[in-house]
Every structure is written in structure tokens, then in C-alpha cells.
Design a protein around this ligand. Structure first.
Ligand SMILES: [Zn+2]
Length: 243
């Protein structure tokens, strides 16, 4: 074998092993299980895992209860956990019943833009608005309540639907040195998506743990949300990716 053929053979071997290493590191289609290890700068955000969004609630998300054991297992990997709670006044502006002639899942125009109208849900202090009883989150330090102003909805845990009123969550996380958030909960295409995209806008690295969420999927809203999240730099992972 001429010397240069041997060199060529070595180069191919090298390229082959580099490609394999890239796949393992997650550059390819598959990410190695348990390859992401949350640290002190990471926070798990558990969005709206409340009775209202589970079967038997006022605005049930299909399969919503299935996120509870997944999130409980993930909780063991996080030193920081934040929980959010949809917390509406009676007669809230996001309720179809508040608008004459409107039905749930229709839209209306609000001063801050188009608002989807929902069945009455998650009214402050009701059992419906309570967190799911099986959630076990030992390191959860904060519950952010949102949507509690009568005339403004809030899908996002960071910024209300007017696009300018901060909930304080970004300040809380930054003061605690958190730079990366992992978003879970309900529903993927509304409160989870808006929370993850606002996290990116506010300078956080943001992951959505897909199998720790469930979607409403209203008129293609799930596919649209994933497109918007991907465009915003939100990373889509599975619970098995977390160490
Ligand atoms: Zn709501």
C-alpha cells in the first residue's frame, strides 16, 4: 500500500468517528439519553398543571394528567423549580361568557390584540384553579399567578398579554443566577409556548420538554407554536434527555 493510501485510509477513519461523535453529542437526529444535566443555573418551570386543565376540569387538555408523573420525575434533577397558576377573576376578559354573543374558542379583539375566548376556567380560589394534587415538587420555591387582572389575559409566565406588564419572574430567576429554563406543563401551544418564547426574548436559554406537556391544538395551533418556538431558538427535547 503506498504511503498516501494509508494516510487516506486514516483520514476516512477519522471522519467516520467524528460523524459518530457528532451524533452522540446531539448534532444529529438523535440526542443521547440523559445528555443534559441541569445545574444551579437551571430552573424547571411547571406551567398551569391545575385541575381546570385536567380531565374533569373546566378547560381540559387532552391527556393533561399524564404530565404529572413525568414532571415529578424531572423534579429530582432540578435545584430550582417555579410553578405557575392561571388565576382569573370571575367574569374575566378571556372568558367567552363575558362577551355577549360569543362562544368558547371564538376570538375577540382586545386593546392588546386578538384574544381567544375560553370557557370560564381557573377562577381564583376555586378547586378548579388548584394545582393538581399529585404534583410533587420538593424544590419549588415560587408560584407565579397570572391572568388575575380582569381585563388582561396572561399565557406567558413572564409577561402579561398586553406585552409590557412583567410578572417579575425574569427578575426572580436572574437574581438567583438562573440563565436556562426548562418549560413543562399545559398547554404546549399556549401558556408553555408563550413562556418559552418570552424566556428567549428575555435572554434565557430555553428548552421545552415535549413529553412533559400536552396541547389544546386549536385550528393548527400546535404546529404553529412549534414553528414559532423553533424560530425563536427554543430547543425541543424529551424527558429522557435530562440526566
Ligand atoms: Zn386562562
Amino acid at each position: 500500500m503506498p504511503a498516501n493510501a494509508s494516510a487516506e485510509f486514516s483520514r476516512r477513519l477519522f471522519l467516520g468517528s467524528t460523524a459518530a461523535a457528532c451524533l452522540v453529542a446531539g448534532f444529529g437526529a438523535a440526542r443521547a439519553a440523559g445528555s443534559i444535566k441541569p445545574d444551579a443555573k437551571s430552573a424547571l418551570i411547571v406551567v398551569d398543571v391545575q385541575n381546570c386543565f385536567i380531565d374533569g376540569g373546566t378547560l381540559p387538555v387532552k391527556g393533561g394528567a399524564a404530565v404529572v408523573p413525568v414532571i415529578n420525575k424531572l423534579a429530582a434533577s432540578f435545584q430550582n423549580i417555579v410553578v405557575t397558576q392561571d388565576w382569573h377573576t370571575p367574569g374575566h376578559a378571556s372568558f367567552a361568557s363575558t362577551h355577549a354573543g360569543k362562544k368558547p374558542f371564538e376570538t375577540t379583539s382586545m386593546p392588546y390584540g386578538t384574544q381567544v375566548l375560553w370557557p370560564d376556567h381557573c377562577v381564583q380560589g376555586s378547586d378548579d384553579a388548584a394545582l393538581h394534587k399529585d404534583l410533587k415538587l420538593p424544590t419549588a420555591g415560587l408560584i407565579i399567578r397570572k391572568g388575575f387582572r380582569k381585563d388582561v389575559d396572561s399565557y406567558s409566565a413572564f409577561v402579561e398579554a398586553d406585552g409590557k406588564t412583567m410578572t417579575g419572574l425574569a427578575g426572580y430567576l436572574k437574581e438567583r443566577g438562573v440563565d436556562t429554563v426548562f418549560v413543562t406543563g399545559l398547554a404546549t401551544d399556549f401558556c408553555v409556548a408563550w413562556t418559552a418564547m418570552d424566556a428567549r426574548k428575555l435572554g434565557f436559554t430555553a428548552y421545552v420538554i415535549e413529553d412533559a406537556t400536552r396541547a389544546i391544538d386549536l385550528n393548527g395551533s400546535l404546529a404553529a407554536a412549534w414553528k414559532q418556538m423553533t424560530d425563536a431558538g427554543v430547543k425541543r427535547i424529551q424527558a429522557s434527555d435530562i440526566a
